[in-house]
Design a protein around this ligand. Structure first.
Ligand code: FES
Ligand SMILES: [Fe+2]
Length: 425
């Protein structure tokens, strides 16, 4: 047997380390298991780039708030009285207590239970008891922590813990068009994510999830049971014969573009596994809203896109992935809701319960793979994970994006390229 510490093994924390851990056709196992690498990812990715946190529709009214996560950080997404959305770090400026305990609610202020310091829902310190202890001063220059940059795109709220950096639009790049495509399935051009989130604790490194989301190689095997039970035609979209493509959208984002298949069938609502006469009011509302373009929208369907590092839009569900430790993360999942599409919304909720709910048949299968992946990769030999699938046949499309076949690992390679650029920065 060859030495497990081959010449290719990277030494810790030196220059070019990630160049050696992330190659064009393989990535090193330590990327998923090394606590030092996870600590570095928090600084260079999670506390720096734009991270998806929630949706404006979760705080529709002035003074609404909801608890959220940003990686290891507990944050409160608030809407102030003027309608602006904030992300507060859930920590008292006095002695560090977690201030807000409720999952959601409506309040213009938060009071820390420990010594009664009170904060406005913008994070500003309003006051504290017995101010003589502070020389009679009514206002110390303190407040709850705030995520310094908050921005939203079509209601999807992102936070960046870095005060400066690329704008959200720059970060999203071509992936913004996929969010537009989803919103374009609403007769009112608007998505809501207000159906409630399921939280699934997963004993796997977050990158296994991010990589898997546009891995078109696994569905036929991992999801054979749900495809069989439901008679779903989805499995065939991820076969060797499929005309669907996997595309790296730049910035670490990637998609499985299933439109070539749906265009061939040219049947409206096939993407949703139904027919127009089963959702007549929705179809009519789409035609009213978009005229001739309604047919195209209803034929092509919703996107399947992974937006770096943690937002996954899987046609009818949205996932929010948040790491909690090197070998653990939480996946939050919710059903897409389309403004003006009530017939669709009810179906999307029941389908989501069936696929990603506590007894769902889809996410449980993926999660089994993630956790087995984590267990396997902690073995020392072989050291590498192979990501070469499709390298021999991928092409650059008219728009300049690297594109592979339906089952190729083109999305993963796009993810790793961006990952390396952030970690080496
Ligand atoms: S820790 Fe919050 S008031 Fe003291
Ligand atoms: Fe899957």
């Amino acid at each position: 047997m060859t030495s497990m510490l081959s010449s290719e093994t990277a030494e810790p924390a030196d220059e070019g380390r990630y160049d050696r851990l992330v190659r064009a056709d393989k990535v090193h196992g330590s990327l998923y298991t090394d606590p030092a690498i996870f600590a570095e990812e928090l600084q260079k990715i999670w506390f720096k780039t734009w991270v998806f946190v929630g949706h404006e529709s979760e705080v529709p009214q002035p003074n609404d708030y909801v608890r959220k996560r940003l990686a290891t950080q507990d944050v409160v997404m608030t809407r102030d009285k003027d309608g602006e959305v904030h992300l507060l770090v859930n920590r008292c400026a006095h002695r560090g207590l977690q201030v807000c305990d409720d999952a959601k609610g409506n309040s213009s202020s938060f009071r820390c239970p420990y010594h009664g310091w009170t904060y406005r829902n913008t994070g500003e310190l309003l006051g504290y008891p017995y101010n003589k202890g502070y020389g009679g001063k009514n206002k110390l220059e303190l407040g709850m922590g705030r995520v310094p940059r908050v921005a939203s795109y079509r209601g999807f709220v992102f936070g960046s813990m870095a005060a400066d950096g690329p704008s959200l639009e720059e970060h999203l790049g071509a992936a913004a068009g996929e969010i537009d495509r989803l919103a374009g399935l609403s007769p009112e051009g608007e998505v809501r994510l207000d159906a409630g989130w399921l939280a699934h604790r997963t004993r796997a490194n977050w990158k296994f999830l991010a990589e898997n989301e546009t891995d078109g190689y696994h569905p036929q095997f991992v999801h054979g049971s749900i495809f069989g039970v439901t008679g779903s035609p989805i499995g065939a979209l991820y076969s060797d014969a499929s005309t669907a493509v996997t595309r790296a959208l730049g910035g670490g984002h990637s998609e499985n573009d299933l439109r070539p298949e749906f265009r061939t069938f040219a049947e409206p609502m096939r993407w949703f596994g139904t027919k127009p006469d089963r959702v007549p009011r929705y179809v009519e509302a789409m035609r009213q809203a978009y005229g001739e373009d309604a047919e195209r929208r209803m034929i092509e369907g919703a996107p399947h896109v992974m937006i770096f590092p943690n937002l996954f839009i899987a046609e009818i569900q949205v996932f929010n992935i948040q790491p909690t430790a090197v070998g653990e993360c939480t996946q939050y999942a919710t059903a897409v809701q389309l403004a003006g599409g009530e017939e669709m919304n009810r179906r999307m909720i029941s389908q989501s319960i069936g696929s990603v709910g506590p007894a769902g048949m889809l996410l449980a299968d993926d999660t089994e793979m993630y956790e087995r992946n984590q267990r396997g990769v902690s073995m020392l030999d072989p050291e590498w994970l192979d990501v070469r699938r499709g390298l021999v046949r991928e092409v650059v499309d008219e728009a300049g994006f690297t594109t592979g076949a339906a089952t190729d690992e083109t999305g993963m390679r796009g993810f790793w390229k961006h990952y390396k650029s952030l970690m080496e920065a």
